[in-house]
Write a protein that binds this ligand. Structure first.
Ligand SMILES: [Zn+2]
Length: 258
């Protein structure tokens, strides 16, 4: 019965997690990673890194890597960027029709080929920056901690481990759904957008990068690629408002310069 919490915590260990369904939750490594989190009343950075590493290792094993053309483009964009606020990063491109990207608490960044197909360099770097922002701001950590504490309180799980009582599968499903589909707050998204803006401009990309990326997602959500961007949207609400906010920020920055 600990499995559902494993699912919840792992799903929350990365910035965008539509792909987490592919993970084999019952592997010994995964159970070990979950056990480490389950025995702690508070989730620390090391536990998040452990859970993230395990989740990423499985996703890497299960996803087809995109061809060299994609890997080289990402490597060119990320050239010279070895860490984000001191967290050493690694990155790869997955070959998939889904429009998505995510960053994890262990410094892993994964970008989907379909996202690279629709985004220019500026937009792509802004989105990568946005996902890194969630990690930098510890949004993943807060979400995991809240999920753990809510779960523990609800089922009187001892703070040092304890046994979770037998629950019906439907009850477990409801809880899992509630946590996995829980979204970041608008405040957290705004902050991640600000980080994406900072990340892209600091690395020499356009101040309009973040605005353009969000505008493109809004546009796609209304078109024939709607289903492929749906997952990205479900974890990133209020895109139109966010796009407008980023465009105003870029306009203001441009006006300051002669
Ligand atoms: Zn976000």
């Amino acid at each position: 019965m600990k499995r559902i919490l494993t699912v919840i915590l792992l799903a929350l260990s990365c910035s965008a997690c539509g792909v987490m369904g592919q993970i084999n939750w019952d592997s010994p490594q995964m159970q070990q990673a979950a056990a480490a989190a389950l025995t702690a009343a508070s989730i620390n950075d090391n536990q998040i890194a452990l859970l993230s590493r395990e989740a990423v290792a499985q996703m890497d094993a299960q996803n087809k890597l995109a061809d060299e053309k994609y890997q080289q483009r990402l490597a060119r964009l990320m050239n010279g960027i070895n860490d984000v606020e001191g967290l050493k990063i690694n990155y790869k491109v997955y070959q998939t029709n889904e429009v998505n990207a995510f960053a994890c608490g262990d410094g892993s960044i994964r970008v989907y080929s379909a996202l690279m197909d629709i985004m220019d360099d500026d937009e792509l770097m802004a989105i990568i920056g946005h996902e890194c922002g969630h990690v930098v701001h510890k949004d993943t950590k807060k979400a995991m901690k809240n999920a753990y504490l809510t779960y523990a309180a609800r089922y009187a799980l001892g703070s040092t481990g304890g046994t979770i009582g037998a629950l019906s599968m439907s009850a477990l499903g409801d809880i899992g759904q509630a946590f996995v589909s829980s979204q970041y707050s608008q405040k957290q998204e705004f902050a991640a957008d600000d980080y994406g803006y900072k990340f892209s401009t600091e690395h020499g990309y356009s101040p309009y990068s973040m605005a353009k990326a969000l505008e493109k997602l809004v546009q796609l959500a209304g078109g024939k690629q709607a289903s492929s961007v749906q997952k990205m949207f479900s974890s990133h609400p209020d895109s139109a408002e966010r796009a407008q906010r980023m465009r105003q920020k870029a306009d203001a920055a441009s006006k300051q310069k002669p």
